[in-house]
Design a protein around this ligand. Structure first.
Ligand SMILES: Nc1ncnc2c1ncn2[C@@H]1O[C@H](COP(=O)(O)OP(=O)(O)O)[C@@H](O)[C@H]1O
Ligand SMILES: CC(=O)N[C@@H](CCC(=O)OP(=O)(O)O)C(=O)O
Length: 265
């Protein structure tokens, strides 16, 4: 392993959807020293554009049912509009961003989710070892800042819609074999909250066993459940640190004052 550090930062749809929040976040991201990767979702925008086009969005357990028409929309929205908008904004900030889907540079392969009770359509699951670390390393060592959208491919020409939290976690796990990697989930709240209506009730750190209890007690629900599952999965597989906090506070993360820190024990 080279000893250099790598920060993988993920932003969700509520940040991308708010130009003021997005611009303020991107300034902080651009100012972050060292090697870094940005992963973005954009689920809210995709739902809105699909609705405008008369296509109904269906989510099951936080994952989008992606038929052919929806795949066309999410590809255009995530890998097109959203990704290029973010890259252009970062270029203004002297951050040499390069926009990628998992197909670009063969960076991330996925398999179409097998049909069990539910047919998710063209949704991709990332298997172990499916992150092409050699390819991503080339971008990083050349000084580029990769910006990943939520689109992967199966290596046989099929694009797949893959949850952005999962992409961030898989990248962090893969790249932790090469870099000392931290994973940071940025969203519109100060961290994992004890009381969802009280921004001051941030839980400073959560262990894996506490997570299960918080979930059972209903303190953690909705999108936070799969987010934390992805996060704990990353730490179990060698990622050094995982944090969850407000996109506006990213500058505090390297001072250890950022949102909720996840720990194994
Ligand atoms: N205890 C909690 N603390 C903070 N947010 C929570 C909690 N429990 C549930 N949530 C919900 O989880 C959401 C974040 O998950 P998600 O919508 O998937 O985010 P993103 O789109 O940013 O990836 C928050 O907007 C919030 O509504
Ligand atoms: C399969 C699946 O559900 N993919 C997600 C990808 C986007 C995403 O993850 O966006 P956020 O981070 O903003 O939620 C979706 O289409 O909503």
């Amino acid at each position: 392993m080279s000893n250099s550090g790598l920060n993988i930062i993920k932003i969700g749809g509520n940040i991308i959807d708010d130009e003021v929040l997005l611009d303020s976040f991107l300034e902080k991201f651009a100012a972050l020293p060292g090697k870094k990767i940005l992963v973005h979702g954009g689920g809210k925008i995709a739902t809105r554009i699909a609705t405008d086009l008369g296509i109904e969005a269906k989510m099951v357990e936080g994952r989008r049912i992606t038929d052919e028409a929806m795949l066309r929309i999410v590809t255009m929205v995530y890998a097109g509009l959203t990704n290029k908008n973010i890259v252009a904004k970062l270029q203004v900030l002297q951050c040499d961003a390069i926009g990628l889907s998992g197909a670009d540079g063969g960076t991330i392969k996925a398999i179409k989710r097998p049909v069990k009770d539910i047919d998710y359509g063209f949704v991709g699951d990332i298997l172990h070892d499916s992150v092409n670390t050699a390819s991503i390393k080339k971008f990083l060592e050349a000084g580029f800042v990769p910006v990943f959208s939520a689109i992967t491919h199966n290596g046989l020409g099929q694009l797949l819609n893959t949850n952005a939290d999962t992409i961030a976690s898989a990248l962090a796990v893969g790249l932790s074999s090469l870099y000392d990697t931290s994973l940071v989930y940025c969203f519109e709240k100060n961290g994992v909250l004890k009381d969802i209506n009280d921004e001051q009730s941030v839980i400073n750190s959560i262990r894996a066993d506490e997570f299960l209890q918080l979930k059972e007690d209903g303190v953690i629900h909705d999108g936070m459940v799969p987010k934390l599952q992805n996060a704990f999965d990353a730490i179990q597989k060698g990622v050094r640190n995982v944090y969850i906090g407000h996109a506006n506070n990213l500058h505090l993360f390297q001072q250890g004052q950022f949102g909720t820190c996840l720990t194994l024990k």
